[in-house]
Design a protein around this ligand. Structure first.
Ligand code: ADE
Length: 254
């Protein structure tokens, strides 16, 4: 999958993406990243990309022309019409389900705004999806684009090592992750729960499931309610027990 980021700060984006797991994924040819500088597409010699807002108000707005020409130069190189994600606090709040959906694309263009935003007319022409990464306001879309790219990339087969956990996630049924421990067995007087040292895999799995459910109940009542709706028999005395199912639109919080 190829990610194309339209930004005024290409170095920030490339440095953020070319690290750790995403760097390895790019080296393996599973993903590729490019950051295209919108400023290179201005039609004025000063490289100006912003101007005052009609109707007044504080701050500057990114102008339509350089954004459009930057998008056009990327789109012309692609084999088909790519989705264009504009990162904005006004967008749909990002979720695991949206990451899974975007991971189906061959090419994805991400548009990062700065200043007070972008002229609405160019957004109307090129943007297919508007995404917010949460109900707070950042100084620009770059960090949000990196969040989206990270979450989408890890959905792509081969990006995570096999021990890792698109798998674990799907076992987690839209619940929060259970607590985990590594060596030593005792640290600062705290012992690893003995069941994890028992070697009894069935018991360990059952314990982890209980922990995940309890943690979700306490920390995320919304996810817990969705899980219980999908698994009404969970926790009831055993008869013929069904395998737990993910909640509808399970966020697979892993
Ligand atoms: N740009 C500024 N704030 C943002 C947010 N919360 N999500 C996505 N893009 C943004």
């Amino acid at each position: 999958m190829r990610f194309h980021v339209m930004t005024l700060f290409p170095d920030m984006v490339m440095q953020g993406l070319r690290t750790s797991i995403l760097l390895r994924a790019e080296e393996k040819g599973l993903v590729s990243f490019e950051a295209v500088n919108i400023r290179e597409y201005t039609d004025n010699k000063h490289g100006k990309v912003d101007d005052y807002t009609y109707g007044g108000g504080a701050g500057m707005l990114m102008q339509a022309q350089p954004v459009y020409d930057c998008w056009d130069s990327i789109q012309r190189r692609l084999p088909g019409k790519a989705r264009v994600v504009y990162l904005t606090p006004q967008g749909k709040v990002f979720s695991q389900q949206m990451a899974r959906d975007l991971a189906e694309e061959e090419d994805l263009i991400l548009l990062c705004g700065h200043y007070e935003g972008i002229d609405e007319r160019v957004l109307e022409e090129i943007v297919t999806d508007e995404i917010s990464i949460g109900d707070y306001v950042l100084t620009g879309g770059e960090l949000a684009a990196m969040v989206v790219i990270d979450a989408v990339s890890r959905m792509i087969p081969g990006v995570l090592g096999n021990h890792d956990s698109s798998d674990t996630e799907s076992h987690m049924h839209g619940l929060l992750e259970y607590p985990q421990y590594s060596r030593p067995e005792e640290w600062h007087g705290k012992k690893v729960p003995p069941i994890l040292l028992s070697g009894d895999h069935a018991k360990v799995d059952a314990w982890r499931m209980e922990q995940a459910v309890e943690r979700t109940r306490i920390r995320r009542p919304d996810l817990y309610a969705a899980f219980m709706e999908a698994n009404p028999d969970y926790g009831k005395p055993k008869g013929r027990k069904k395998r737990p199912r993910p909640a509808k639109d399970s966020p697979e919080t892993g």
